[in-house]
Design a protein around this ligand. Structure first.
Ligand code: ZN
Ligand code: ZN
Length: 346
């Protein structure tokens, strides 16, 4: 089969690899119909995450149809349309039984290298999904692939961050970063009842584009975002800040934007291992800070229903649709910030 393979820093290719096979009775083989390039794939592409060996298959956002099921699989049959979660979980360990699927002892991330379970990725014609009953969901009839695919990663990641922030109806929310996850966070915050959502991005074009998603845009290269948010909130600050970039500067900005007693949920993926926490600010201003990767399994059923009901339309972030063979170009466009979201159709 054809698959997108990591070769080296800023180098991927579409190569011919052996078809995957069922390795355990819990496995499901999925014939992939679409796989998106995620912002976290760019961390691999840029060589920020160690553990990708040359030739390994990339990708973790996908939809497809079931091609084969292991003997213990109960929920799926050949031909079912499915969306998968980007992180895989066993469903049976102590963490999974607590509902903490993102902390699964035997879990990992598809297509993310040795440190994340060494699972082949989804930017391929076929993928083996371990613990299929746990890590797949059927796509309801009438729900397009282009919408369902985002429930397996970025939409649910953003929705989970907003949920983790404890956003209450009528609150004011600032979202830092207008990349795909930031845009999804804008949509999620609105659906969850935010009175106003401010979207902050350095790039004026990216910031302005968030108005179409219902945000009040702030281009931080032109407008001081702290001053702007303080003006808009009578000097209070945002009740909730969602940090969707990752890294020390935007985390520090979140502490400047949030009101005393407010909450920050950071979901941007970062390659930094340490960061100087503003302890005195957090103490005296009573700020709740939460950081963590998404627990997709916790929220995917909710986001699927919201998408099916038409209350969230994540497909509006797609800027490029390319065939699998176009993956090297897709990675380049996304890397150079010339694409908002690239969907590879297979
Ligand atoms: Zn992702
Ligand atoms: Zn587990």
């Amino acid at each position: 089969m054809k698959a997108v393979q990591y070769l080296d820093v800023e180098s991927v290719r579409v190569g011919e690899v052996p078809d995957p096979e069922l390795l355990t009775a819990d496995d499901v083989l999925v014939r992939v119909t679409a796989s998106a390039i995620c912002g976290s794939d760019l961390h691999l592409y840029r060589g920020h995450i160690p553990g990708m060996s040359p030739g390994s298959i990339m990708g973790h956002e996908y939809v497809g149809t079931v091609a084969a099921v292991g003997d213990r699989v109960r929920q799926f049959q050949v031909g079912d349309r499915v969306v998968g979660t980007f992180h895989v979980a066993c469903g049976a360990c102590a963490q999974c039984r607590l509902g903490q699927y993102h902390q699964c002892a035997g879990g990992g991330v598809l297509g993310y290298g040795l440190a994340f379970g060494d699972y082949p990725g989804t930017q391929a014609e076929m993928v083996r999904v371990p613990y299929g009953d746990v890590n797949l969901r059927k796509i309801p009839d009438g729900l397009a692939d282009e919408k369902a695919i985002f429930c397996g990663d970025i939409l649910t990641t953003a929705y989970g961050a907003v949920r983790n922030s404890g956003l209450q109806p009528g609150e004011r929310c600032a979202v830092i970063g207008a990349g795909p996850v930031g845009l999804m966070a804008v949509m999620a915050a609105r659906v969850m009842g935010a009175a106003e959502v401010y979207s902050i991005d350095r790039d004026p074009e990216r910031a302005e584009a968030t108005a179409a998603f219902g945000a009040i845009p702030i281009a931080s290269s032109r407008t001081n975002p702290v001053r702007r948010i303080m003006q808009a909130t009578d000097g209070l600050g945002a009740d909730v800040v969602i940090e969707a970039v990752g890294g020390p500067q935007t985390l520090a900005l979140a502490f400047q934007l949030v009101r005393g007693g407010g909450r920050i949920a950071a979901v941007g993926v970062t390659a930094e291992t340490e960061w100087s926490y503003p302890l005195m600010t957090a103490l005296t201003r009573d700020i709740t800070f939460r950081v963590g990767l998404a627990n997709i399994h916790r929220d995917i059923d909710a986001t699927m229903k919201l998408v099916q009901a038409g209350r969230l339309d994540p497909s509006s972030v797609i800027s490029h649709r390319l065939p699998l063979e176009g993956a090297p170009e897709g990675y380049r466009l996304f890397h150079e910030q010339r694409a908002t979201k690239v969907l590879l159709t297979i």
